[in-house]
Ligand binder design. Sequence first.
Ligand SMILES: *[C@@H]1O[C@H](CO)[C@@H](O)[C@H](O)[C@H]1NC(C)=O
Ligand SMILES: *[C@@H]1O[C@H](CO)[C@@H](O)[C@H](O)[C@H]1NC(C)=O
Length: 332
Amino acid sequence: MAVEVYHEPLCRRYYASRCSCAYFFFLLIALVGLILPFFLAYTNVPSFWLKTHTYREQPSITFQHKVLGTLQGTKQIRGIDRQMQIVFSSMTDVENLYGPELRVCNLQNIELDFNRDGVTDEFHFTALCPLAKGETILGASVATFFRTKLSSRARVDFDSLAIAEHRDGMGGGSLFVDGDYILKQKWPFRAKGGYYLPYKRFPLLDPSDHKIKLQETLLPNIIFGYRNRNNTLDYVQQYKVWTPSPGVPDNHGAYANFNLTMVLRVPQQDVLYTPTASEVLKDAWLKYLAIFVVVKYLLEFFASFVAYNQLVDTTMRVETPHEREGVKATSL
Ligand SMILES: *[C@@H]1O[C@H](CO)[C@@H](O)[C@H](O)[C@H]1NC(C)=O
Ligand SMILES: *[C@@H]1O[C@H](CO)[C@@H](O)[C@H](O)[C@H]1NC(C)=O
């Protein structure tokens, strides 16, 4: 008992001369078959040629050990509350600019990598600033600086900023901020070549090649410069907890520290990039092919109808199984 292992259609062939109506008719059908899918694909989806593409990556951040923080509030001098500001920093160049406002705080940071893939998942920062008698803190802010790298598809390396801040009406003893570090792109990254260093010439608060000026350490100036960039990471403060200060000295006669804690989480996120030429062509080819298959099926159906019913003049010849040399045909 034999089973069918393969089948192949036999052709019905139609012939016509080169200047007949039939010739031009089938030429037209062939052209429509090639061009129509292209127009359908072109006008359809957002754009036929892929302009941007996304993929997921967790940005790799490294703390640059640059911190600039302020505490604002009031200080009681001879019974009168006066405005005051405390500045703290990890950079001596910055500290030198602030005389009486400078306070030496205990700064601690830790980078946590839970899944041990070499990419920081969480960054914790704590500043403990000793307060003097009569000082009330009503607002706190801290700017931390990171080096951010993307390396799987888009390859970029730039410095980024994270600012945590809060103002309150009630004198505080600590501020706890927990948030996400989110990539914000105004322009897609490119996906070819080596590392792209977009802001190498204009690093944020960098005293390495010039003497830093007071203007450069002011938060409005830092933020403005940062926001002018096309690609940034934003620290999105999800939750803030402001705890009131006890306001009295402890058992040893020391006034409490102001405890500023910042938790920064780096999630995996969408990265926008400009696809390479091969990706663009492959994507365009798939869009074309998907429509071509349907168009070809319909046109073939139509052409077969026209030819078989002799709607245009042609000569028909039917292929038989015996035509080829060495073919053994049996009738079923
Ligand atoms: C932002 O990207 C656009 C387009 O590539 C470019 O023209 C502009 O100079 C960029 N701006 C900055 C600050 O890099
Ligand atoms: C500062 O606050 C954080 C978060 O609330 C806490 O984990 C830490 O122990 C505090 N540090 C001190 C010295 O109180």
